[in-house]
Design a protein around this ligand. Structure first.
Ligand SMILES: Cc1ncc(COP(=O)(O)O)c(C=O)c1O
Length: 406
């Protein structure tokens, strides 16, 4: 595999220009990507990388997928965007497909994860408002991540993201994950909703227990509050089921579910999917989006769902294989504490920081990232093969061997 992270002639001016003219909010890796093919990307210097982060879980079919490229080309020549003043051919069929796979009836399309979360919070607030002015509290889980806009940030259970922007929404309570007693005592008649990631992503790949999910369902029913699942990172095929909440048997159905990242294989598309009761909270004029659900994004998402139908067994098989191979590494390298995840959402929890390992992996031709300082996170494309997992494992093993603690 040819790879190197050297910053040569083309790379440096691109980075310099950004440093001069962009908000300096991102700590980008020194890598300028140029094109991709399948599970690989190439930088502007021609170096090739195995892409095991896939645009943070967005590029579900990798890069340059022939069917996705074909429909983008075709639809771009017909109609890209029409606004929600008018109908187009693709929102209805996509919403029907989402209803089939999610078990929830009605969709609202938007453009990103955080925007979907905003809409879901508005649903819970509007529902509470109809019942009592005091019913506005939202419960959320410590260590969660729900987005960067003010509402989504208000329910994000990591103070480091919130503290610069306080005061945020009132009436938010954070609960320890999987603590059923805390969950029971947090609910009251003031609770309008509870927001849960079935598998925390940004927080370090931590699944909730089915028992916890079931208890949240029961309490939401008892207190007439909305159960909202954030499936933005852990949903849409990534866990080897359509959505994370379908990992539980029997399934724990939420009132509202939000998804985004992989939905349109790289085009911005987010969605709120709700049951009839939750959908009724939003009446005419109460919510909207200019860009949401464009013809282009919805058509791509429909094509993606057709492909995903066939990919599901391989997501489970290759995901299991990847975890098994990582567990072999864990037996060899004592600083690996645990390998977690479902399907192709995988975290390697370590006793040492992972930041330098991410750079070392990049220098050897593997893209991954590190979350929560010590968790290596892998969100490879759904088309990844066992052979590509083997290539990643070889690189990881060489990096782990070079650790000072070894
Ligand atoms: C679970 C979860 N919710 C919400 C978001 C926010 O999504 P976006 O960045 O598309 O706004 C993310 C993004 O990483 C996420 O992982």
């Amino acid at each position: 595999m040819s790879s190197a992270s050297s910053t040569t002639s083309e790379t440096q001016p691109i980075m310099d220009l950004e440093r001069e003219f962009l908000l300096q909010n991102y700590a980008r890796y020194p890598l300028v990507l140029d094109r991709g093919e399948g599970c690989h990307v190439y930088d502007v210097e021609g170096n090739r990388y195995l892409d095991f982060i896939a645009g943070i879980g967005v590029n579900a079919l990798g890069h340059n997928h022939p069917r996705i490229v074909k429909v983008i080309r075709e639809q771009a020549g017909l109609l890209i965007h029409s606004s929600n003043l008018y109908y187009h051919r693709y929102q209805g069929p996509l919403a029907r497909k989402l209803a089939e796979v999610s078990g929830l009836k009605r969709s609202f399309f938007c453009n990103s994860g955080t925007e979907a979360m905003e809409g879901a919070l508005k649903m819970a607030r509007a529902h509470g408002n109809k019942i009592s002015p005091d019913k506005f509290e939202i419960l959320s889980i410590e260590n969660s991540f729900h987005g960067r806009t003010l509402g989504a940030l208000s329910v994000t259970g990591q103070p480091k993201y919130r503290h610069d922007f306080e005061p945020l929404l009132p009436g938010i309570k954070f609960l320890p994950q999987n603590d059923i007693a805390a969950l029971e005592s947090a609910f009251s008649q003031r609770t309008a909703g509870i927001v849960i990631e079935w598998i925390q992503g940004e927080g370090g790949i931590f699944p909730i227990s089915a028992e916890y999910g079931r208890k949240a369902r029961e309490l939401a029913d008892r207190y007439d509050a909305f159960l909202i699942f954030d499936e933005i990172q852990c949903g849409v095929g990534r866990p080897g089921t359509w959505f994370g909440y379908q990992l539980a048997s029997p399934v724990v159905l939420p009132d509202v579910m939000v998804a985004a990242k992989p939905l349109a294989c790289g085009l911005p598309l987010g969605v709120i999917v709700a049951n009839e009761k939750a959908a009724a909270a939003i009446g005419p004029g109460m919510h909207g989006s200019t860009f949401g659900g464009s013809a282009l994004a919805c058509r791509v998402a429909l094509e993606f769902f057709e492909i995903l139908d066939e990919l599901m067994p391989s997501i489970r098989r290759v995901g299991d294989y990847f975890r098994a191979r990582l567990r072999e590494l864990a037996r060899k390298h004592s600083f690996i504490r645990e390998v977690r995840g479902h399907g192709l959402m995988i975290g390697v929890d370590m006793t040492v920081p992972g930041k330098q390992m991410v750079l070392d992996a990049q220098a050897r031709g593997l893209l991954m990232n590190c979350t929560h300082d010590t968790v290596l996170r892998f969100l490879p494309p759904y088309i990844v093969t066992e052979a590509e997992v083997d290539a990643a494992i070889t690189i990881l093993d060489s990096i782990f061997k070079a650790q000072p603690s070894e």
